[in-house]
Write a protein that binds this ligand. Structure first.
Ligand SMILES: NC(=O)c1ccc[n+]([C@@H]2O[C@H](COP(=O)([O-])OP(=O)(O)OC[C@H]3O[C@@H](n4cnc5c(N)ncnc54)[C@H](OP(=O)(O)O)[C@@H]3O)[C@@H](O)[C@H]2O)c1
Length: 282
């Protein structure tokens, strides 16, 4: 089988390719992105740009299975169009089974929302492809570790409410994606890759306190306070707005879902938030 990963030069895509290699499947692997020169070893690198549909049709030619990983382009409406381009190109190229990386809590939203792309792409895939599988991801535990590193000096972690989030390691998402692509019986399924538990803001602060050996609290702040704090750290406005939007989704319970899909698809239990924080903070 010829298996392609689109978005392969990114952190998640790279981890998926590594998992596919580690699983020693004997299949041919194709890594697709705008920087195919970064691909080494036995994997074939191909140029595919989500903004240039013709390049995608060429890049996806001859593939039996393809995983489409969204770019991290946060401009409103852009990623939805890119993902439609990728799905249409995969169909034109004759890819037999298309896998889409989406996000937990995907739902119809205004195009101005950076998360609207996930729902747009899911719906387009379901309507147009005959063989598809969707893997929704919960929030990266590694992203939360980065956030904690930025704020731990203040002695308090902040949120917009009592956020319950099933933080999942990026490597576990990658393992689930690789397992699904190499497996059978996943047609027409929507999976959600989550960690083993949904962790609230105060529970998160308690884990950090224990790991660092010093008291760290949790405070509920307003969106204005959050924006002001982020802007003081020099982040550009689009990033700040994306961050606020994610925090809103935390409070709305979009990531308050726990499944056994990582274990089911990858054959191994997902790591806990504590495991990941211990790796990154201590
Ligand atoms: N669930 C979560 O908590 C969470 C957290 C962070 C990110 N994400 C999302 O998860 C996805 C993957 O994340 P990541 O960490 O792997 O991001 P990343 O490291 O920034 O990788 C993004 C990938 O998209 C490719 N790409 C960007 N623009 C492209 C274009 N126009 N055409 C073709 N490929 C393009 C990049 O390759 P080239 O630049 O080489 O083309 C790269 O391979 C993104 O959608 C990101 O927003 C989710």
């Amino acid at each position: 089988m010829k298996i392609g990963v689109s978005g392969a030069s990114g952190k998640l895509g790279g981890a998926v390719v590594a998992e596919l290699i580690a699983r020693g499947s004997g299949h041919e692997l194709v890594a697709i992105s705008r920087s195919p020169e970064s691909v080494t070893g036995t994997v074939e690198g191909r140029l595919g740009d989500y903004d240039q549909p013709a390049s995608l049709v060429k890049a996806y030619a001859g593939l039996d299975r393809l995983l489409i990983i969204p770019s991290a382009d946060l401009r409103p409406g852009v990623r939805g169009g890119q993902l439609k381009n990728a799905i249409d190109a995969a169909l034109e190229a004759g890819v037999a089974h298309i896998f889409l990386m989406s996000a937990a809590g995907a739902r119809e939203e205004a195009e101005t929302s950076h998360a609207s792309a996930y729902w747009t792409a899911e719906q387009h895939l379901i309507k147009t492809a005959s063989r598809w599988t969707i893997l929704r991801m919960s929030y990266y535990a590694e992203s939360m570790a980065d956030e904690i590193k930025m704020s731990q000096g203040q002695g308090v972690l902040a949120g917009l409410g009592d956020e319950r989030v099933s933080y999942v390691s990026r490597d576990d998402i990658a393992a689930a994606a690789a397992g699904a692509m190499l497996g059978h019986d996943h047609e027409g399924a929507i999976y959600t890759a989550t960690g083993p538990a949904a962790v609230s803001g105060p529970e998160r602060a308690a884990i950090v306190s224990e790991l660092l050996g010093k008291p760290i609290g949790f405070a509920v702040i307003s969106e204005e306070q959050l924006r002001a704090g982020l802007s003081q750290s020099g982040l550009p406005d689009p990033i700040i707005e994306a961050f606020v939007h994610i925090k809103r989704r935390f409070v709305a319970g979009n990531f308050d879902i726990v499944t056994e899909d990582v274990q089911r698809l990858s054959g191994r239990a997902p790591k806990s938030l504590r495991d990941i924080l211990a790796q990154h903070l201590v």
